[in-house]
Design a protein around this ligand. Structure first.
Ligand SMILES: [Ca+2]
Ligand SMILES: [Ca+2]
Length: 237
């Protein structure tokens, strides 16, 4: 079911980066290594408060960590979403759990979406249940109060058993409160975002459909100890 994604992974092998596993302190201070940068996304929107800047990803024995520059600068209603699809789970969500004009299609659909409302720092870990989203409020370790935001997603939250090879497909976006709002900025899918330096489409009535993602490959210690954490890889676009 991940045929298309597999093709993408193969195509990206030349850009493969292998880094040392490193724990991140989720405190709003950027302690990612320079090599953890997966997307220098800054400067591609009309307005800074809706602009994702440098995006980082890394991992340790317990969790995936994502960090990104973003300062909503007092704008109200700004929300950030991060979708996760694992190769270990079939299916996934096709629509946005917070009712935005954001949809998902193709062979790789998100099993989980993290959302935060920056007005209140209310976050939800949304879990696809086969027909809709289950909403789990404020269980995510996610710091958004500084210009550098950090989030920890444990393997338990993702249902990932690192004794088994798996891939985690990730996309990030900035949107605003409301059912006519789409992805104002995207990380992987820059070609789909609704704000560019030349202008912004603030309201739409048809979802922007997402089907491509950053990929993080996980090889945890196997039963045979044939693999090590240094074998965990990050794949870039
Ligand atoms: Ca950006
Ligand atoms: Ca972008």
């Amino acid at each position: 079911m991940f045929g298309k994604a597999a093709v993408l992974v193969i195509a990206l092998t030349m850009l493969l980066g292998v880094g040392a596993a490193s724990a991140i302190v989720v405190d709003g201070v950027n302690d990612f290594a320079p090599g953890d940068l997966i997307d220098p996304d800054g400067g591609d929107t009309e307005h800074a408060p809706i602009d994702l800047l440098d995006v980082y990803a890394t991992y340790d024995q317990n969790a995936i960590y994502i960090g990104y520059g973003h300062d909503h600068d007092g704008w109200t209603g700004v929300q950030v979403g991060i979708s996760f699809a694992t190769s270990l789970l079939p299916g996934g969500g096709t629509f946005d759990p917070w009712g935005h004009q954001i949809g998902f299609e193709g062979v790789c659909l998100p099993d989980f979406i993290a959302y935060v409302n920056l007005d209140s720092e209310w976050n939800e870990w949304c879990v696809w249940n086969g027909t809709g989203w289950d909403h789990n409020a404020n269980i995510i370790n996610w710091v958004t109060a500084t210009p550098f935001d950090e989030i920890e997603i444990t393997y338990d939250m993702l249902g990932v058993d690192c004794a088994e090879f798996s891939q985690v497909f990730v996309e990030l976006w900035v949107t605003q409160d409301g059912t006519t709002k789409g992805p104002l900025d995207l990380s992987y899918n820059d070609d789909l975002q609704l704000s560019t330096p030349g202008g912004t489409t603030w309201d739409i009535d048809t979802p922007v459909m997402i089907s491509c993602y950053h990929c993080i490959e996980l090889y945890g210690p196997s039963a045979t100890n044939a693999t090590t954490w240094s074998g965990i890889k990050r794949l870039y676009r």
